[in-house]
Write a new protein. Structure first.
Lengths: 422, 424
């Protein structure tokens, strides 16, 4: 399978990738700029998410209400949000409304006014969301897991959405300072849908090409990580809840690591295939301990976690942890079988047409390919990247990244044992 | 897409087949729908339809335990199943040249699921775990109480997953009996959309599903919820940090002529909601009245018509520092406005455009087209697919006001409050 698309660079350095798809009536835009929650400090956690949220809530040309009315009257969506390394922006509309989509998106990016009233409205909503998170075992387990794995002083250890401690202290100046560091250079915008590539490039050049901030793009290198040297565990007692959530894992590979694909195929075997790979087979299918028990590999620009998560009855938490650790031990001790490897490869290569059925799916693959510089022929090479993985390579990745003695474990729910280290 | 694009026929054993060839991507989506769900469950056996759905992944003699999901995965596909109040559906999405596998799986487990006693024991704790995961969510707990209060007779009063005591008590024989009663070609609809060769597909359907004997007709369903005579209220108090609101007004059935005005009413209040990934609620009335005024972090109206009269839901998350009483008062004012005044032409025009666009987004996936066809057939007639957006567009301001006056009466509602208590 191959994918023909066109590439262009705007006069301000923003890369444009267009894939025409005339089978669909819609157009999807997915873009990113460098900058995100990694710019936040421990005291200002949540700034990137807060700032990007407010960027959509008032511009020189439209109030928040007017933006909503304009966007929703044509059933479009326009967004700006923050990840750890990037600010995402874009939207979706019927192709007939593409010009309006670009106009609104440009307005959010270039002309936000950060109205005080909207800052306070959004702050209240975020605080309510964070209070809800404090009552959510699954969300808490994931948050504690990141704190354990990366430590509170690393940006990866902090929640993108901030905390109840930081949100009240963020002011308009924090948001403006974040916004003013953004720069279009080396960002990208992907457009997929019922459009003409030349016209798209002309429209985007007219809309965004003049956005040329005077400052130098900000270097967003991560501070060094302090890998774990022992098992660490955090229990968050929640006596009123019915189910306990747990997250257990280690640092995984970055997306561009040579052994990423070995880990990716391995993760499919460990906790994806069928009802959750080997983990699901053991915890759910054989022992009936959980409705969900799976693994996840989150390689990104920095070392994302390679983790296992499960929701279990409070009385069987330790049994579930032991079963998960036993599977990690097995995964590190012996190569996966030839059948497992063949199944994983067949799944990961066979599913590509499904992932590319929609404009959103194609846009994501093109954006991923650009962010990680996977090459214009990435989709054509993808089957080989997967099929070249050997059982030995999977084993090496498992031994390098996963560990049954050194890991982070977060548990949130009722009837937990007191906090302890393992 | 029009009905002329769909091939509709019925096998001698009663299996209805809907085929929709679409050649825009090398993908096929196979769905089988059974006319059984929470609606068909007796007291003491609630959750049994959903549990049978779980057991349908536990194997047959041909596809032993674990093989169904694995075979689909290793062929580059995904699959799942879900149970609603009205139906149970299973689907596979596969590369187009692998449709054969989906047909073999679904024809096999239509008649040959083992439902092994040991697997039932193992799955009991899995399903209880699924329920406990839901119980962790205060909004879900409130929803369950509101439904149980709103419905005194009709099985819509219990959640699809069932009451926990029933999940402890249901036996292997109960499950097997339920399976044999409702699973069969006479009670199913097969829907396939995607890059298919129609003649070859029809041949394989006949070969694989044709020999399955029709079972006895499922029990006749004739339970009607008595008209509600007065407002009902329920308060849930649990440790939490946030207050939640949930009101349910009895509405109409999916085949009722009031469905389209109620869908427009829902859209005027909280945006069109037929899919496609573009939320449209922030320019709608409830967001302006409850979120923009900083009473709520979320407020929405939802109407999903089922086979029998179904509720119109109003739900919300109360913003920190505000109260449930404030939320309820502001919501009632918006409902009174709908009852007292016709909606504007501008609002109707927006709903029409939103519906047209969301429908276009949704049908970009072959699986969504198959899902729509199957869902509409479960509700009464798949041909509604052709006229759905036109029927919505034909709704007038007077229609919306009429259904508001008919259904949004205080005596017809059940109001639920979730009052957070301090953590222990």
């Amino acid at each position: 399978m191959n994918l023909q698309f066109s590439k262009h660079t705007l006069s301000n350095g923003l890369n444009v990738i267009v894939k025409e798809n005339h089978h669909a009536q819609s157009v999807v835009v997915r873009g990113y700029l460098h900058g995100g929650a990694n710019w936040d400090t421990a005291d200002t956690a949540g700034t990137a998410a807060f700032a990007t949220g407010v960027m959509r809530r008032g511009t020189k040309n439209r109030t928040f209400t007017e933006i909503n009315e304009t966007v929703e009257s044509v059933a479009a969506t326009v967004y700006v949000n923050a990840g750890r390394h990037m600010v995402g922006f874009g939207g979706k509309s019927l192709a007939e409304d593409f010009s309006l989509l670009v106009e609104l998106m440009t307005d959010n990016l270039l002309c936000p006014t950060f109205p005080e009233q909207e800052i306070e409205k959004l702050r209240g909503q975020i605080i309510t969301d964070l209070q809800e998170l404090d009552d959510d075992p699954r969300g808490l387990a994931r948050r504690h897991f990141r704190e354990l794995l990366y430590g509170p002083n690393h940006p990866y250890g902090r929640p993108v959405d901030g905390t109840l401690a930081t949100m009240p202290g963020l002011n308009r100046q924090h948001l403006l300072d974040f916004y003013r560091r953004l720069h279009p250079r080396d960002g990208a915008i992907v457009v997929v849908g019922d459009v003409q590539a030349d016209a798209v490039c002309d429209t985007l050049e007219a809309a965004l090409g003049g956005w040329q901030p005077a400052h130098t793009p900000v270097n967003s290198d991560l501070p060094p990580l302090q890998p774990l040297t022992t098992a660490v565990r955090k229990n968050h007692p929640m006596p009123s809840k019915s189910q306990t959530d747990l997250v257990l894992g280690s640092l995984g590979p970055v997306r561009t690591a040579p052994d990423f694909y070995a880990a990716y195929v391995g993760d499919t075997i460990l906790g994806q295939l069928g009802l959750g790979g080997r983990i699901g087979q053991s915890v759910r299918d054989e022992h009936g301990l959980a409705y969900y028990a799976r693994s996840s590999l989150q390689g990104g620009l920095g070392p994302g976690p390679w983790l296992v998560y499960a929701g279990v009855n409070p009385g069987v938490v330790e049994q579930a942890v032991d079963l998960i650790l036993a599977e990690i031990t097995r995964f590190r001790q012996a190569p996966v079988t030839a059948e497992e490897l063949a199944d994983a490869k067949a799944y990961l290569t066979g599913i590509l047409p499904l992932q590319m059925e929609t404009n959103e799916g194609v846009a994501w693959i093109l954006l991923e390919s650009h962010i990680y510089q996977l090459g214009d022929d990435y989709i054509a090479r993808y089957p080989d990247l997967i099929n070249n993985v050997t059982a030995e390579a999977v084993l090496a990745a498992a031994q390098k990244y996963l560990n049954d003695e050194i890991f982070a474990l977060a548990v949130a729910g009722p009837n937990n044992q007191s906090e302890r280290s393992q | 897409m029009t009905s002329s694009d769909v091939i509709n026929y019925t096998l001698p054993n009663g299996l209805q087949v809907l085929l929709k060839p679409i050649h825009t991507a090398p993908v096929v989506s196979n769905w089988i729908w059974y006319r059984v769900g929470g609606r068909n469950e007796q007291p003491g056996k609630t959750g049994i339809s959903h549990w049978v759905e779980h057991m349908m992944f536990k194997g047959t003699p041909t596809f032993p335990k674990g093989r169904i999901m694995l075979e689909v995965n290793r062929n580059g596909g995904v699959l799942n199943g879900f149970t609603s109040q009205d139906y149970t559906a299973y689907f596979e999405i596969l590369p187009a040249d692998r449709l054969e596998l989906a047909l073999r799986i679904e024809s096999d487990r239509m008649a040959n699921s083992v439902i092994d006693a040991n697997e039932v024991t193992s799955e009991r704790t899995v399903i209880i775990s699924e329920r406990e995961g839901n119980e962790n969510n205060p909004e879900w707990a409130l929803h369950e109480e509101v439904m149980a209060t709103a419905f005194r007779v009709h099985p819509y009063g219990h959640m699809v997953i069932g009451w926990k005591d029933d999940l402890h008590n249901i036996t292997r024989d109960d499950l097997h009996q339920h399976y044999k009663m409702y699973y069969g070609p006479h009670n199913a609809v097969l829907v396939i959309a995607g890059d298919i060769d129609v003649d070859a597909t029809q041949t394989r359907i006949e070969e694989l599903f044709g020999p399955i004997p029709a079972g006895p007709p499922p029990p006749h369903f004739n339970i009607k919820e008595p008209a509600q005579q007065s407002e009902r209220r329920v308060v849930v108090r649990n440790p939490a940090a946030t207050a939640y609101f949930h009101a349910a007004y009895h509405g109409c059935a999916g085949a009722d002529e009031d469905m389209f005005p109620l869908l427009v009413l829902e859209s005027v209040l909280s945006g069109s909601n037929i899919g496609g990934g573009t939320p449209t609620h922030r320019s709608a009335r409830l967001y302006k009245a409850l979120v923009e005024t900083e009473i709520a972090a979320y407020a929405g109206a939802h109407f999903h018509a089922g086979i029998d009269p179904s509720p119109i839901h109003f739900i919300g998350t109360v913003r920190s520092g505000r109260t449930l009483a404030e939320f309820e008062a502001a919501l009632k004012a918006e409902i009174a406005r709908l009852v007292d005044e016709p909606v504007s032409e501008a609002e109707l025009a927006k709903v029409r455009k939103q519906t047209r666009a969301q429908f276009a987004y949704t049908i970009e996936r072959v699986s969504s087209q198959a899902q729509w066809l199957g869902f509409l057939e479960m509700m009464g007639d798949w041909r509604l697919f052709d006229t759905f957006t036109d029927r919505l567009a034909a709704v007038t301001a007077q229609d919306v006001q009429r259904v508001a006056q008919k259904y949004l009466q205080p005596t017809n509602r059940t109001v639920g409050w979730f009052e957070p208590q301090a953590q222990e």
